[in-house]
Each structure stands twice: as C-alpha cells, then as structure tokens.
Design a binder for this molecule. Structure first.
Ligand code: NAD
Length: 245
C-alpha cells in the first residue's frame, strides 16, 4: 500500500517542490495551505496526480490547534495512514528589532513555531499507533546563526531546531524519526521580497556563489523520508551552498 505524506504550506515554493518530489518517490500526497486562494492559478495538484499517486488538498491554518486536529483527522480518514509529515508552512515579517511591531513578532512565532507543535502532536499520535513515521521540519540558517532584521523569524526557527530534538527523543523508541533541514537562500516567493542589497550581502557569504532551488531542498527532505535515513534522527541538515562553515 502506498504511503501518505502531509506537507504543510505546499501550494507554492519549497512546500510544492517537496510535495512533487515525494509524489515522484511514490507517496500519496496531502497538500495544505491557509486559503483556497493559495491554490488559484496553480497546477500543483495536476502535476502530482499525473504521476499516478493520490493527491488531496486541505485548507487549514496550521497555527490553529483546533484546525490542525480536524485537518489531521480528515487526512487519516481519507488515506488510512500518515507516514510522513513535513512541517513547511512559514512566513517572514522582517524588521529591525527596535522597530518591530509586537504583532509581527507574535504572528511569526504562531505560524512558524506553534504550527510545528500543533501538527507534530496530532500526527505524532497517529504515528505512535502505527509505530512508524518520519517528520521533517523546515528550520533555517537564521535559526542556527541569527540574522539581522529577523529577531522573530530566527527565534521561531531556533525553536523548531530544539523542538526537532525533543520530538526525536520522545518518539524515537516508537520508530518515528524527526529531523530538520536548515535552508539558506532559496529562490521562492518568500525571498522575492528581499531588496537587491540584502540579496547581494547574502550572496557574498555563500561559498557556491549562487542561490538554492526549491528542488535542492526537496531532495534532502526526500532522503530523510527514505529507508536510507532509517538511523538518522534529531539532526538538522544545512542546505545553504556553504553559507557557514
Ligand atoms: P513561501 O512563502 O513561498 O511559501 C510558504 C507557504 O506557506 C505559502 O504557500 C503560504 O500560503 C503557506 N502558509 C503560510 N502561513 C500558513 C498557515 N498559517 N497555514 C498553512 N499554510 C501557510 O515560502 P518558502 O520560501 O517556500 O518557505 C517554505 C519554508 O522554508 C518556510 O518554513 C520557510 O521559513 C523555510 N525557509 C525558506 C527559505 C528560503 O530561502 N526561501 C530559507 C530558509 C527556510
């Protein structure tokens, strides 16, 4: 029987690339995004179903505990099992510390960090019963090293790395692996918002002197979801073209 993967925030960007890659690897796919609008003018479902796997989309705000509970329940009913969870949904609300509005801090923590608690709790319960599962969290180099203008974002991603380790320790004995990836600068709608100055500053620090592609994040996530990574847990793999060494 085909395995099922949930990828949060998968209408576009890195999440869509991960969904497509896991579909190529034979997983049935549960797509998710915050609104129906996210899927407008978007052919991700068609691309996935063309690969011969099952694909459904679920509209849910993953920062809501209640919404995640019903979302996970529905996926379980629709697909029977949940074998992979990729906590990918995330936002930025950048600004220097002294000018950062409180709501921009709270929104980023709620969406990037609390969503990981919500989804891991409800999917973790399903995986515990199955005695197997893979969870991959999208952290960031900002969570490892900090980044000016991202007090909120780096706090949320640093927390995601700590949550990855805690979940790995709690769930490891039941056959559930939990890992994180920490991308650097990847070309997506999220980084389109950066100024040329910010891009140039980032590029100067990258050993490979180029930005990453969403597919290059997806291939590492696919490895962590594969049998080849059966003895890897609690780890954070940096995917940054050598941003920091
Ligand atoms: P993106 O903005 O292109 O896509 C994020 C998706 O998440 C969007 O479709 C958005 O609608 C969705 N989303 C936002 N809030 C949501 C919510 N509450 N519930 C459900 N879905 C929601 O971003 P991306 O660049 O593809 O980033 C994906 C992940 O990778 C994020 O966690 C991001 O922090 C992380 N990341 C990205 C980069 C990069 O350079 N692009 C670097 C490091 C980490």
């Amino acid at each position: 029987m085909a395995k099922t993967a949930i990828i949060t925030g998968s209408a576009r960007g890195i999440g869509a690339a991960i969904a497509l890659r896991l579909a190529k690897d034979g997983f049935n796919i549960a797509l998710n995004d915050v609104s129906e609008k996210s899927f407008e003018n978007n052919d991700i479902m068609e691309k996935i179903t063309a690969l011969g796997v099952r694909c459904e989309k679920y509209i849910a705000d993953v920062s809501s505990h209640e919404a995640c509970e019903s979302f996970v329940k529905k996926v379980r009913e629709d697909f029977g099992s949940i074998d992979v969870l990729v906590n990918n949904a995330g936002i930025t609300r950048d600004g220097l510390l002294l000018r950062m509005a409180e709501e921009n801090y709270d929104d980023v923590i709620r969406i990037n960090q609390k969503s990981v608690f919500n989804m891991t709790k409800f999917v973790g319960a399903v995986m515990l019963r199955q005695k197997s599962g893979r969870i991959v969290n999208l952290a960031s180099v900002a969570g490892l090293y900090g980044n000016p203008g991202q007090m909120n974002y780096s706090a949320s991603k640093g927390a995601v790395i700590a949550m990855t380790k805690t979940a790995a320790k709690e769930l490891g004995s039941r056959g559930i692996n939990v890992n994180a990836v920490a991308p650097g600068f990847i070309k997506t709608p999220m980084t389109d918002k950066l100024t040329d100055e910010q891009r140039d500053a980032m590029l100067a620090q990258i050993a490979m002197k180029r930005y990453g592609e969403p597919e290059e994040v997806a291939s590492v996530v696919a490895f962590l979801c594969s049998d080849d990574a059966a003895y890897v847990t609690g780890q954070t793999i940096e995917i940054s073209g050598g941003l920091s060494m």
